[in-house]
Design a protein around this ligand. Structure first.
Ligand code: NAD
Length: 503
């Protein structure tokens, strides 16, 4: 660990256990074996607010993926895991939730140090969200069943029924913005349905996954049921997506990589769910409580330093309240603290790496070049590290790049509208359809708008709320399939039809 990172950890009195974990040799978990950096090539992990190096993680290979898939298949078909009853799986998932809960503080610190996000949010959203997700899916393990079916046209006597079977070995590919939480969205459903798992964390932010790998053993998950292979997307991710021994791939990440992953699964007809990017619209009607709406809209795009897939990054505001709303928005945005993630006052941390920072700044420059009016924030001053202030643009038009492309940073593009029809046309004018929000107090107007919006989620007078019971996933190029909720289970199960002639 660099001295600069050591000093950063000291300044915020990071716990001994976190310190210990960060200073040890990082190891991935392949078929129950620990594989360290010493046995593989390693790559540096950076702390983004200081730029220092925290540690190194192993650069996994296609052979590691192959070993992991074989171990996962063994447990699926022959090993101890294949004998677990649903209630035993349920108990095990609860045990895992207990172990994660016992390490909540440590995991929150690791997540904050690795991603740069606020440690307070890491605790309350990332790690608590992971625990809640395990607990929600634990209960499903014993409630998965088929149905008896009355044939509709067959004459004669038949018994027909369906069974639900685990889909098999699940390959999970994880993005860098919510590393632990997204991993657990995939893992909880995998374990509840009796599947087994090979997980590839994002190369920029793998540390919470590696700590979780250690906690799996503490919870008593049999070796080989869950494998964690770190490394690059083009090698480990590609090997996982195209492996003939993988029955299903669940991917969360950008739309461009999602298309590559989808294509890689096709050869083997591997099932795939793809949770992809977004450019989610927000509609603010003239009767909304403008102060409350402005705060919620700001939180909906600036939370997690703007690195949120369902960020409400395009806001359309009724023209009669446009200026008033922008004033409220700028006033609130200016109260949001930009600071290193371990600072308890941090709201916006550094961007995840210099490349991501340059990308966000280039979009701010494009907005200015395209003639959008800067309301607050803007291009960061030189020498301020890789932090981006909350940035709001006004008078945007839908043909502007900042209105169409996913920026994945704390940047909100806004425009005004006149009629509800115009608002819906603007909102749907996107290749994406992940999420959306409406601020309005007229219930009948809201109910007329909801079916017209082409997005996987419509939030009303709220934004950015996630719950393990509520399915999450996009329309259009925001993806295929759902995570969370009972709906997620369908993507981890095969349905077998049984038809028995009785005479
Ligand atoms: P990314 O697409 O760059 O990477 C995601 C994962 O894919 C990483 O683990 C990466 O290593 C891996 N990968 C890269 N190339 C690969 C390849 N050729 N084959 C297989 N795997 C490969 O995404 P990111 O930058 O980590 O995350 C940001 C993106 O994720 C944003 O677009 C965001 O909207 C999206 N996202 C979507 C959701 C959702 O639920 N819809 C949630 C979070 C993030």
């Amino acid at each position: 660990m660099d001295t600069i990172v050591e000093n950063y950890l000291k300044r915020y009195s990071v716990s001994k256990s976190t310190h210990h974990f960060l200073n040890q040799d990082q190891r991935m978990l392949v078929g129950g074996q620990w594989v360290s950096v010493a046995e593989r090539d390693g790559h540096d992990v950076h702390e983004f607010s200081t730029g220092g190096v925290i540690t190194q993680i192993p650069r996994g290979t296609a052979q590691d993926v192959d070993l992991a898939v074989k171990a996962a298949r063994y447990q699926l078909e022959e090993g101890e895991w294949s004998q677990y009853t649903p209630l035993e799986r349920e108990r095990l998932i609860h045990r895992l939730a207990d172990v994660v809960e016992a390490h909540l503080e440590e995991l929150a610190e690791i997540e904050s140090i690795d991603t740069g996000k606020s440690v307070v949010f890491a605790r309350e959203v990332d790690v608590q969200g992971a625990i809640d997700t395990f607990r929600y899916f634990a209960g499903w393990a014993s409630k998965i069943h088929g149905r008896t079916v009355t044939p509709s046209s067959l004459s004669g006597e038949y018994l027909a029924y369906t069974t639900r079977e685990p889909i098999g070995v699940v390959g999970s590919i994880i993005p860098w913005n919510f590393p632990l939480q997204t991993l657990v969205w995939k893992l909880a459903a995998t374990l509840a349905t009796g599947c087994t798992s090979v997980i590839k964390p994002a190369e920029l932010t793998s540390l919470s996954a590696l700590r979780l790998a250690e906690l799996l053993a503490v919870a008593g998950i049999p070796e080989g049921v869950v494998n964690i292979v770190t490394g690059e997307g083009a090698t480990v991710g590609q090997a996982l997506a195209s492996h003939p021994g993988v029955d299903k791939v669940t991917f969360t990440g950008s739309t461009s990589v999602g298309k590559l992953v989808g294509a890689a699964t096709l050869d083997n007809m591997t099932r795939a769910t793809l949770e992809l990017g977004g450019k989610s619209p927000v509609l603010v009607m003239e009767d909304a409580n403008l102060k409350q709406a402005a705060e919620a809209v700001a939180n909906g795009v600036f939370f997690n330093s703007g690195q949120i897939c369902d960020a409400g990054s395009r806001a359309y505001i009724h023209k009669s309240v446009y200026r008033e709303f922008l004033d409220e928005l700028a006033a609130y945005a200016n109260t949001l603290n930009v600071a290193p993630g371990l600072d308890p006052e941090c709201y916006i941390g550094p961007q995840v790496g210099r490349a991501q920072y340059e990308r966000v700044v280039s979009y701010i420059r494009k907005g200015l070049e395209e003639g959008a009016e800067l309301v607050c924030g803007g291009v960061p001053k030189a020498g301020n590290g890789i932090f981006v202030e909350p940035t709001v643009f006004a008078n945007c038009t839908n043909d502007m790049i900042i209105m169409q492309e996913e920026i994945f940073g704390p940047v909100l593009a806004t425009a005004s509208f006149d009629t509800d029809e115009e608002a819906i046309t603007l909102a749907n004018d996107s290749i994406y359809g992940l999420s959306s929000a409406i601020y309005c107090n007229d219930l009948s107007r809201v109910h007329k708008l909801i079916p017209k919006i082409r997005a996987g989620t419509v939030s009303v007078n709220a934004q950015g709320l996630l719950d393990p019971a509520i399915p999450f996933g996009g329309y259009k190029q925001s993806g295929i399939g759902k995570d969370l909720g009972a709906e997620q289970l369908d993507y981890f199960l095969e349905t077998k039809s049984v038809l028995i002639a009785l005479s």
